[in-house]
Design a protein around this ligand. Structure first.
Ligand code: MSP
Length: 654
């Protein structure tokens, strides 16, 4: 049985567009989630959107919409950005989801009935943009410690959570669980700065705005921020709901990851809420630094947020992912800088990785018609052994760094293979081996193995680039598993038809590109958008695929299929396995539609199938072809495509 692994990003505020800084947490969590899936964990990766609160109410008003309409539109944009960045979340929670709302109400009532929540009057210093109350001692120069803006004295009837009651328990917990907060410095700052001076009870309801979860037993109040937002990590799994199997399986979370400004809530308020609910605490909380611009946190309200769409569109998604992983704020704040971004693409992705692939495939084409030769021995000399050692020993370090969340070091281990392989070319001088085909075969074989291994690792880090490399290597993506990064596998590979495809990353003229980026700075900065129009435009842009010729289209074969059997795929929430009859043939097809249809409902339905797609292994099952569905951008509305009247199975759709 696979071991469960639960990892989360925070839920993103649905109060405006996301900028490049927001992509940091998502890219880190996605990389770890992908790596863990490949390491045979049963992964649950949760992300979502934080859709309630005064700020959202205000923003919706400014946009001339009601709050629900406003968050619906933003949600669509968020999902679109995550799709563009290849963020492979397993679940997406919205705090306006009915299940979440109902569960928050249940939690609030439960805490009230247990005496952990009581009614009182709050007078405090409130920062409206951050939706947070502060004590005098927490302010910095009399201003909000998080955003530096003015705070106002506010007084109102409110419910309070007895945070003070958990002071000792939290202190003891930290004492006994030094690994709970990953960084020592963060732990010390939290304990000495916030816990030791004394925890104050926390205001957890509001009456001054309406856009929130109503308190079940006192409808004048809405649940205020934290009991609504933090609990997403358990409501998404079905806590206190009819089906709580995911909760039983995945809670407590393995990693909650976020940037540092919200770590305080996660290591004081969240544990106290969990203690009050008598639930175990997450295993580890990790706070990373900020992506900065001109020395300050990149943030939309600060007007220096960069638009990730522009960078992805011009330089490719993986350039952005790579930059955030390699140069991002893993430990400390890190700047986004055009020159650094462009130079990183040129040096690592284009020169080191891209050249290794193009040189290897070119030499295979010139000398072996692109076919990987079979060799009896891959370690003929010290150079061969050294390279193979570097490759075979990489997994251990990459895994270690993934587990300690040092993903910049993890990616560096992969690039060590790239660098060693480039050095190996210099050492073995394959261009001088034209007359010694046997030796040349060994050298190219080992270079092929290095590229195969790099592509396998990069599945977790740069999924699109990984696919491109495997494709040029003529290697089935199903073989790209960590278990195959061994010389034993290296010895077995032969006969694969490689080809020299397009360059992985185009070489950039840094000065010209800087000029372009600076001249487009307006475009790059977060623009205050009319959400209604803008979303539609952007979605169209991203979703639109390039034109194809009639001949391209003609290569696809569509036929009517009849579903004979349907069942869930064990251990995969989204997948259904179908037995489909197409004419005389019966085949297995897997679709990610379990959230939309029960297996029973699908039996006997007529569907449209792309029948000549190359089979793919999904969760170890060979899926042959693809059933067509219509799905809108929210991915909440999905239906299968069916012939308008009864048609025989096997009939061509053209
Ligand atoms: N809604 C809250 C989280 C509630 S979780 C129970 C929130 N949302 S956010 O949209 O402001 O932030 C989402 C994530 O993006 C957080 O991890 C946040 O820290 C991160 N970042 C936002 N700006 C960032 C940078 N400039 N740099 C790095 N990470 C940044 O907070």
């Amino acid at each position: 049985m696979k071991k469960p692994f639960y990892i989360t990003t925070p839920i993103y505020y649905a109060s405006g567009d996301l900028h490049l800084g927001h992509c940091v947490t998502s890219v880190y969590v996605d990389t770890i989630a992908r790596f863990k899936r490949m390491s045979n964990f049963d992964v649950m990766f949760l992300t979502g959107s934080d859709e309630h609160g005064q700020k959202v109410e205000q923003k919706a008003k400014e946009a001339g919409m009601n709050p629900q309409e406003y968050v619906d539109k933003l949600d669509l944009k968020f999902k679109d950005l995550w799709k563009l960045l290849n963020i492979s979340y397993d679940k997406y929670i919205r705090t306006t989801d009915e299940n979440h709302v109902k569960t928050v109400q249940k939690i609030f009532t439960k805490l009230y009935e247990n005496g952990d929540i009581y009614k009182g009057e709050y007078e405090g210093l409130y920062c409206t943009p951050c939706e947070s109350f502060f004590t005098e001692s927490q302010l910095i120069d009399g201003k909000c410690p998080d955003c530096g803006r003015e705070v106002v004295k506010t007084k109102e009837e409110a419910y309070f959570f007895k945070l003070s009651k958990y002071q000792k328990q939290i202190e003891d917990y930290y004492e006994n669980h030094p690994d709970f907060i990953r960084l020592d410095a963060t732990r010390k700052e939290m304990v000495n700065g916030f816990i030791k001076p004394g925890l104050q009870d926390l205001c957890v309801s509001r009456t001054s705005f309406k856009w929130g979860v109503p308190v079940e037993f006192d409808k004048n109040h809405v649940v205020y921020v934290w009991i609504d937002a933090l609990t997403n990590y358990i409501t998404a799994l079905g806590y206190l709901q009819e089906d709580d199997s995911l909760f039983k399986k995945f809670w407590p979370a393995d990693f909650h990851i976020m940037a540092k400004e919200i770590v305080r809530f996660h290591i004081i308020i969240w544990p106290a809420i969990l203690m009050a609910l008598n639930l175990p605490l997450p295993k580890q909380i990790h706070a990373h630094g900020w992506l900065t611009k001109a020395g300050t946190k990149m943030g939309k309200s600060l007007g220096n947020g960069f638009n990730p769409y522009v960078l992805c569109e011009r330089y490719g998604v993986d350039s952005v992912r790579y930059f955030l992983i390699k140069n991002g704020p893993i430990m400390q704040d890190a700047p986004y800088d055009n020159e650094l971004f462009l130079n990183t693409i040129n040096s690592d992705l284009c020169n080191e990785l891209g050249n290794l692939l193009s040189r290897t495939t070119a030499m295979l084409a010139q000398n072996f018609e692109g076919v990987l030769p079979k060799v009896a021995n891959t370690k003929e000399n010290e150079f061969d052994s050294n390279l193979i050692n570097v490759i075979e020993s990489a997994y251990e370090n990459v895994e270690k760094y993934i587990n300690s969340l040092d993903i910049n070091l993890a990616v560096n281990e992969i690039f060590k293979i790239v660098r060693s392989a480039n050095k190996y070319i210099d050492e073995t001088t394959p261009w001088k081996l034209k007359e010694n085909k046997e030796r040349l075969a060994v050298v190219l074989h080992n270079l092929y193995f290095a590229l195969f291994s790099v592509a396998t690792f990069l599945k977790a880090f740069l999924p699109q680039t990984s696919e491109k490399i495997l494709n040029q290597l003529g290697m089935d993506s199903n073989n790209a598993v960590f278990e195959n990064i061994t010389n034993e596998f290296n010895l077995k590979i032969a006969g694969n038809q490689t080809f020299k495809g397009e360059a992985l990353f185009a070489r950039l003229d840094v000065n010209k590109e800087i000029e372009f980026l600076l001249s487009g700075e307006k475009k790059m900065e977060e623009v205050k958008v009319d959400v209604k129009e803008e979303i539609k435009e952007e979605v169209k842009e991203i979703k639109g695929k390039p034109e194809i010729t009639y001949d391209d289209f003609d290569k696809c074969e569509f036929r009517v299929g009849k579903i004979l059997e349907a069942e869930k795929v064990e251990g995969a929430d989204r997948l259904l396995k179908f037995k489909v009859k197409i004419g005389d043939e019966e085949r297995t097809i897997i679709s990610g539609v379990a959230p939309y249809y029960t297996p029973e409902y699908m039996v006997n339905k007529s569907v449209v199938v792309v029948v000549n797609l190359k089979p793919r292994k999904i969760r170890g099952i060979e899926s042959k072809g693809m059933i067509l569905y219509a799905c809108d951008e929210t991915e909440e509305n999905l239906c299968f495509v069916t012939p308008e009247k009864e048609m025989e199975s096997g009939v061509e759709v053209c």
